[in-house]
Design a protein around this ligand. Sequence first.
Ligand SMILES: Cc1cc2nc3c(=O)[nH]c(=O)nc-3n(C[C@H](O)[C@H](O)[C@H](O)COP(=O)(O)OP(=O)(O)OC[C@H]3O[C@@H](n4cnc5c(N)ncnc54)[C@H](O)[C@@H]3O)c2cc1C
Length: 458
Amino acid sequence: MEKFSAQQIEALKSLVAADRFSTGTSHRELHRHDFSPHWGPLPAGVIWPVSTREVSRILAWCYDQEIAVFPWGAGTSIEGNPVPTRIGLVMDFTRMDKILELRPQDLQVDVQPGVLRKTLNREAGRHGLFFPPDPGADATIGGMIANNASGVRTVKYGATRDYVMRLTVVLPAGDTIHTGCRAPKSSAGYDLTRLFVGSEGTLGIVTEATLRLTGLPAQHLSAVVTFERLEDASQAVALLIASGLEPAALELLPANLIGLLNREKELGLPEVPSLFCEFHGISDAALDETAVLAREVCMDCGATDFRSGVSAAERQQLWQARHEAAETIHRAHPGNETLIVDAAVSISRYPEMVVFAQSVVAQAQVPGYVFGHAGDGNLHVVMPGDPRNEDAWQKLEAVNRRIVTRAVELGGTCTGEHGVGIGKRQFMPLEHGGGYDLMKQIKTLIDPKNLMNPGKIF
Ligand SMILES: Cc1cc2nc3c(=O)[nH]c(=O)nc-3n(C[C@H](O)[C@H](O)[C@H](O)COP(=O)(O)OP(=O)(O)OC[C@H]3O[C@@H](n4cnc5c(N)ncnc54)[C@H](O)[C@@H]3O)c2cc1C
């Protein structure tokens, strides 16, 4: 099947309002590529449901017709996670974007999957609350749940998984289930919520979620710490965490990336290996004490400067620049895609991982930016290249493979936050062994016809 038949189009049109199903080329083109180097075939159509009931009816029809379904949030994934792998229907959640109920007294919110992270935080902020997982991109909550997204504040606040309490999920044949509950704790059986978080749309569609919120920090302290060597900066990370200072962000940046950010954002930072740090506290006095201790720890690790007391405006500018690092690298290498390493290891192994990654990039003589969410052991290497130049791209793939293999040997993972998608499938047997076979059995049990986002994870 390359296209829907006239009969199929009529059937799909009858399931939603006329303007919420399209076989138009431009709509289909917009749904075959995310932020990764992976391009899918043109989907046969795109549908925009607005309710659990509509999702259920669409999935039941697709199950009957044996049509593959590719859930789509904001399309900001980095591993081809929502990209079609065969002809099928893309289900776009951007019109299922209601905040259903915010309960400040319970620190909870019920949302539809298409709510954007920044929209949710604007609304929660009115009550002094926020939803901390922060992948930088303005992703949908459904996409964040499906990828178990995390980011710069995970070192203190955790990943998306830590904030999902209850889900409404439509299963492949159209049946609707609820997982979890709204109580702060429960011991009632298997944790199905955790099974669906991180499942990348391969088991079912999330149509509602109850999320835990947390209080906005009263005071912030940001610091820019410079070092002569990237490995010294990475050593400081483990000590800052062990010191009990509870950093809210610890980001490692190499000199070449700071150079790019300086040129694009006019940050005026010294172009040397650096740590961007943030601490949250109840008062300025408490944060002043934190700064004294953090400075001592960094200086003991060979820091050349520790500049704290960054103003609110500069803090915003720094984090904005950090969030846009991947896009800045893209813009600095026009015409290229980027292959992104997303390995993670325990904090104590982080410094050796940084040294290893740097040496692999240098040996291979490829362009590479080694940085990461150091506070949670997450290392990125962003490598620009042109996938059409097969030899050059293979070199990048080889670097990726060597770094991931080393991370797994050290007890780590092939993907700390981006998910498996298409790009990291090759590493799943290496990382999980027999556990991978059990994952396949779970997939077959829930989706026996392999219609839900096929070709991802497996
Ligand atoms: C510049 C940049 C920086 C980034 N930095 C980070 C980072 O620091 N940390 C991080 O974690 N990620 C990061 N990402 C990746 C990305 O933003 C996250 O993975 C995000 O969670 C994807 O959300 P999305 O709404 O774009 O989902 P999409 O990319 O559209 O989809 C993601 C997955 O969710 C599935 N899906 C979507 N909606 C549903 C649903 N309702 N039910 C079931 N499955 C569904 C899709 O099929 C797909 O498998 C970055 C991306 C960019 C572009």
